[in-house]
Write a protein that binds this ligand. Structure first.
Ligand SMILES: C[S@@+](CC[C@H](N)C(=O)[O-])C[C@H]1O[C@@H](n2cnc3c(N)ncnc32)[C@H](O)[C@@H]1O
Length: 272
């Protein structure tokens, strides 16, 4: 192991905002059900980013939203070091990071403890749909910790800026999928329900560069299961709808990388 990685692991032990639970299959997370009372010491909603890597999105959102708490989760300590150090040194007390496997997310949070989930540039898992972070197996886990989205004025029906019809098809691995719906802005397919976009409870947001994961989530999972669809875009930088300002404003490490390579960044926001 490289020295600088060892140094980061040593630093991590000194960051009071970093909770390390790499063995949740054997142990309980002591913070479960206690994030508000024991760490944040406020009642603000908790927004989590899963697979947060270096934590750019978690930190970016926390700087934009003073009335929310943010927790980034990743299994890689050397990546978390960057976000944890920044938040620690800048006294960002509405930010925490957890080193754990997302597979055990129900051991990190109690029912209804989380208000919103961001999934940013996850591994698309082309070979195994089951392992995708938007697969039914993972959604079932999120359902157990996420506050109800019943307050959102949500459904697939339109607001003034959204498309009202949606028909799409894809195979279970996302190949050969097509969507024939959505407002066509600059050639991209985008549909936004502004009312639901402004609601921040019970929402799951996916940002990805990967077409297979995007279409799998949109077609097979959200539309296929009749879940409330709040917004989707197959190229967030090709339209100027201000509902997507946040989605565009903060870029993760991988997002910057994919943009430099000319990839289109896709986004879906939905409920459970
Ligand atoms: C492609 S990176 C994206 C990182 C960051 N979101 C970004 O956009 O820069 C995927 C991240 O997910 C994390 N990850 C993948 N599977 C995970 C799991 N089961 N539990 C926790 N983290 C996981 C990896 O460690 C990695 O940091």
């Amino acid at each position: 192991m490289k020295n600088n990685k060892l140094q980061k692991f040593a630093d991590n032990l000194t960051f009071s905002n970093l909770f390390q639970y790499p063995f949740l299959h054997r142990e309980e997370c002591p913070m479960r059900g206690r994030w508000h009372s024991d760490y944040f010491k406020n009642d603000f909603p908790i927004v989590i980013e899963i697979g947060c890597g270096k934590g750019e999105y978690t930190i970016g959102l926390s700087e934009k939203y003073p009335n929310k708490n943010f927790i980034g989760i990743d299994i890689k300590g050397a990546r978390l070091w960057k976000g944890s150090r920044y938040a620690f040194e800048n006294n960002l007390n509405r930010v925490a990071f957890v080193r754990a496997r997302i597979d055990f997310i129900e051991k990190i949070f109690a029912p209804e403890e989380v208000s919103e989930i961001w999934i940013t540039f996850p591994d698309p898992q082309h070979a195994k749909a089951r392992k995708r972070l938007t697969s039914p197996m993972f959604l079932e886990r999120y359902r157990k910790i996420l506050r109800s989205s019943s307050n959102n004025s949500n459904n697939n029906s339109s607001s003034s800026n959204s498309s009202s019809s949606s028909s799409s098809s894809s195979s279970s691995n996302g190949n050969n999928a097509s969507i024939s719906s959505g407002a066509n802005i600059n050639g991209s397919r985008t549909s936004i329900n502004n009312n639901a976009c402004n609601a921040h409870t019970g929402k799951i947001n996916l940002k990805t560069d990967d077409t297979i994961l995007y279409l799998y989530t949109l077609d097979d999972i959200v539309l296929g299961s009749g879940l409330p669809l709040y917004a989707y875009s197959d190229d967030i930088y090709a339209n100027t709808d201000e509902s997507l300002n946040d989605v565009r404003a903060i870029r993760t490490f991988y997002e910057e990388m994919w943009l430099k390579m000319g990839k289109k960044i896709k986004y879906i926001s939905f409920g459970l």
